[in-house]
Write a protein that binds this ligand. Structure first.
Ligand code: SF4
Ligand code: SF4
Length: 365
């Protein structure tokens, strides 16, 4: 059933059960949020999305309040804006003012809102650094709870997307803090280092350890690509600075995986610039220079060559083996790192060129 209401004086019609936030966004009306993320269950705890609803004594959290027939909503009334400003002020009162050196500067939602709402950093309330920075030994996730605003997005991302339930809320009142498991380390609390909590954290409380200090949002170019690790085909954004990959971030528009990535897709990129990486084909010296196939001496050494030479040698050896020992003496193992089309072509090479059905794929482990 459709519900009719007005938002900022604009008549809108939305399905019954729609929240004020969704109704506004469906009609191009901006309501700021912080703890809300479209992928996660709304909790309404940060109070940034509060709006004024005619006839209601208190401001309503737009992310959790469903619309009703005849509702009149004001998203930017003086009262709503004043409340947001005060909430931001309270957050900043207990937040390190180190945007100049913070890794999240430029991609921090708290910073953006403080700027948009012209919030002055209050001179009262700040209790100083309360937590050890980089407090968890996880090799990929850098934890700094001094910058945590207790929005709980990390808790929900780990629970609802990754189903690992690593993060929770510990202690109470001013001592309230995000804890891993029963206040232990992330890995002890069954973390699999997927980095989903980092991807959803709106501040610099959870950041990527491998990228730390290498470059911030305004310094990197994002290059959207497909993960090379398996056949799922997750899309991700490479963060490139000075022609080097310094990090990987989720691409919210990725059709297959959304914001989700596994540990390999998010953190397994250091091979790209590794000095040990082979970038040209290598063959045994005796295959290039003739001579015997002896494991002794330099004829067994690897030497670099060009692709045409390496492929010619491979083809010649395959044909010789097929002709001498029969096609079923050869087996072909393809890879999930290849495209579907490449795997299909190898299937043709095995069955039609070599003449064997001995073809398999690493994903069948
Ligand atoms: S890295 Fe993944 S598994 Fe570990 S706490 Fe974060 S979301 Fe949970
Ligand atoms: S660590 Fe980040 S995502 Fe988690 S509650 Fe704090 S600010 Fe929110």
């Amino acid at each position: 059933m459709a519900v009719n209401l007005t938002i900022d004086g604009k008549p809108v019609e939305v399905p019954e059960g729609t929240t004020i936030l969704k109704a506004a966004r469906m009609h191009g009306i901006t309501v700021p949020t912080l703890c809300y993320h479209k992928d996660l269950t709304p909790t309404g705890n940060c109070r940034i999305c509060v709006v004024e609803v005619t006839g209601q004594r208190f401001l309503q959290a737009a992310c959790v309040t469903p619309v009703w027939e005849g509702m009149e909503v004001k998203t930017h009334s003086e009262r709503a804006v004043g409340s947001r400003r005060k909430t931001l002020e309270l957050m900043l009162a207990n937040h390190p003012q180190d945007c100049l050196t913070c890794d999240a500067s430029g991609s921090c939602e708290l910073q953006d809102l403080a700027y948009e709402y012209e919030v002055e950093v209050p001179q009262w309330g700040y209790k100083g650094t309360r937590y050890v920075t980089d407090s968890d030994p996880n090799p990929f996730v850098r934890v700094d709870f001094n910058k945590c605003i207790l929005c709980r997005r990390c808790v929900l991302a780990c629970e609802e997307i990754q189903a690992r339930n690593v993060w929770g809320i510990g202690y109470r009142g001013f001592e309230e803090v995000i804890v891993a498991g029963a206040d232990t380390t992330m890995l002890d609390a069954r973390c699999e280092s997927c980095g989903q909590c980092v991807a959803y954290c709106p501040t610099g409380a959870l950041t990527n350890k491998m990228s730390y200090g290498l470059g911030r949002a305004h310094q990197v170019t994002k290059v959207t690509t497909t993960c090379t690790y398996c056949g799922v085909g997750c899309q991700l954004d490479l963060e490139v600075k000075d022609n080097r990959i310094i990090g990987v971030s989720s691409n919210p528009d990725a059709p297959v995986n959304g914001m989700a990535l596994c540990v390999k897709g998010r953190y397994g990129y250091d091979f790209v610039h590794h000095p040990d990486r082979l970038t040209r084909p290598q063959v045994r010296r005796y295959l290039l220079e003739g001579g015997s196939k002896s494991r002794q001496g330099s004829s067994w050494d690897w030497v670099e060559t060009d692709w045409d030479t390496a492929l010619d040698i491979t083809a010649r050896k395959l044909v010789a083996t097929r002709d001498t020992d029969g096609p079923d003496s050869i087996g072909v193992l393809t890879s999930a790192k290849c495209l579907n089309e490449e795997n299909y072509l190898m299937n043709k090479v095995a069955r039609q060129v070599i003449g064997t059905n001995n073809i398999d794929h690493c994903a069948r482990l």
